[in-house]
Design a protein around this ligand. Structure first.
Ligand code: IDP
Ligand code: MG
Length: 149
């Protein structure tokens, strides 16, 4: 079954959106298999955003993501990688559609509340970067026959 990595950024945590964000993915029918509130080291932040290291916003992004606790999560389900990104919405909250997390709660691109892996390869590498295998729970919600045909 497909898995993706999601992280509620420090702004989402500070603004009290943890429950609301988790609720959306639960209500959709996806399965939470990893969850932790943690402070992010500079080393982890720089690895996680390594693809952006030459961008002008990189120093500010690392500063921001290490500025307070984040909620790191792994979610499982059919098509969860692409679907989770749709639920998140566009990178810039002002152009993100209403109904998406960023569209509903964000204004600035540098305060866009949540991260989600963008492809199967990044999902795999980000899950391995943020979680050990012992931190992930394999389980089957008993409601799954009511979610999956
Ligand atoms: P994504 O989070 O939608 O995948 P990316 O382009 O991968 O967007 O950028 C990673 C993160 O870097 C964004 O979520 C945002 O927080 C930050 N970011 C991207 N572009 C800008 C920018 O132009 N200014 C400030 N921050 C940016
Ligand atoms: Mg990205």
């Amino acid at each position: 079954m497909e898995r993706t990595f999601l992280a509620i950024k420090p702004d989402g945590v500070q603004r009290g959106l943890i429950g609301e964000i988790i609720r959306r993915y639960e209500a959709k029918g996806f399965t939470l298999v990893g969850l932790k509130l943690m402070n992010v080291s500079r080393e982890l932040a720089e690895k996680h955003y390594g693809v952006h290291k030459e961008k002008p916003f990189f120093p500010g992004l690392v500063e921001f993501i290490t500025s307070g606790p984040v909620v790191a999560m792994v979610w499982e389900g059919e098509g969860v990688i692409a679907s989770a990104r749709k639920i998140i919405g566009a990178t810039n909250p002002l152009t993100a559609e209403p109904g998406t997390i960023r569209g509903d709660y964000g204004v600035s691109i540098g305060r866009n509340i949540i991260h989600g892996s963008d492809a199967p390869e990044t999902a795999q590498s980000e899950i391995a970067l943020w979680f050990t295998s012992e931190e992930l729970a394999s389980w089957q919600p008993t409601i799954n026959p009511w979610v999956y045909e």
